[in-house]
Design a protein around this ligand. Structure first.
Ligand code: CAA
Length: 258
């Protein structure tokens, strides 16, 4: 692992951790942070010793958005030709499950980063919102699209148009988070969830993630065909034979990730 400027990276068992580490700026996402997160996530994705990835933030924020001070003086053409947030697409393309452990503010690009992840585990003190409207802009890292899909068009419209921040309990009721846990248990819960996923057979984990993504992007019939094909393909893995034999023999499976 290389040293990164804006994030901390470490491995705990088979779980790769990425901690956004600009707490003095509430982990505002500048271009360097985007690059660092993407490179670290791709390294974990390629590493056979890793089965799940956790992204969290140091200090009192997960991330308080894209870096306003970095963007402030740009023109529309700068943003367009520079394809400003495009690199985040490489995080979305990571094949292993990514858990967002949201420890505090997840605003603007921070909320959008959480929504790029597969699972959002929130501390009970977490706060979510898309306040870009207060800056004279709109969400730019996928928020208008992913938030509407996650919580429905009407609640998404309210949050995007008013910039109102919601707490973890409201985010939970709205379906924006997978689960809310006490703030002091967040990192342990994220590690436990990562351990659980990383102990499964990796081919089935990759297939499951891919299909949940497909469900958000494709018509139902296409998604069902994709599911049928991947489901069938898993019957050519040793882990499927092991998993089903272990069930019959009333023991825990010993997966080999093949
Ligand atoms: N960009 C740059 N710096 C930021 C930042 C951001 N998004 N959010 C916070 N900071 C900085 C502050 O400027 C401050 O720095 P200084 O000490 O140098 O002044 C430091 O972090 C601490 O922040 P505050 O003093 O403001 O802390 P607070 O507790 O009073 O308020 C907050 C917390 C409500 C989260 C407030 O910081 C805030 O409103 N932040 C901006 C939230 C926002 O608008 N996010 C959207 C950004 S645009 C975007 O994300 C576009 C997109 O869709 C990709």
């Amino acid at each position: 692992m290389i040293d990164f400027e804006t994030i901390l990276v470490d491995t705990r068992g088979r779980v790769g951790w990425i901690t956004l580490n600009r707490p003095e700026a509430l982990n505002a996402l500048n271009a360097q942070t985007m690059h660092d997160v993407v490179i670290a996530a791709e390294q974990f994705d390629a590493d056979p010793g890793i089965g799940a990835i956790v992204i969290t933030g140091a200090g009192r924020a997960f991330a308080a958005g894209a870096d306003i001070k970095e963007m402030e003086d740009r023109t529309g053409l700068d943003m367009r030709l520079g394809n400003y947030f495009a690199e985040w697409g490489r995080l979305v393309a990571v094949r292993k499950p990514v858990i967002a452990a949201v420890n505090g503010f997840a605003l603007g690009g921070g909320c959008e980063l959480a929504m790029m992840c597969d699972i959002i585990l929130a501390a009970d003190t977490a706060k979510f919102g898309q306040p870009e409207i207060n800056l004279g802009v709109i969400p730019g890292m996928g928020g208008s699209q992913r938030l509407a899909r996650a919580i429905g068009a009407y609640k998404a419209a309210e949050l995007v148009l008013t910039g109102r921040m919601i707490d973890a309990a409201e985010a939970d009721r709205a379906g924006l988070v997978s689960r809310v846990v006490p703030a002091d248990a967040l990192l342990d819960e994220a590690q436990a969830m990562g351990d659980t996923i990383a102990a499964k057979s990796l081919p089935s984990v990759l297939a499951a993630k891919e299909l949940i993504r497909t469900s958000l992007e494709s018509p139902l019939a296409e998604g069902l065909r994709h599911e049928a094909a991947l489901f069938a393909s898993l019957f050519d893995t040793r882990d499927q034979k092991e998993g089903m034999a272990a069930f019959r023999e009333k023991r825990q499976p010993a997966f080999e990730n093949r």
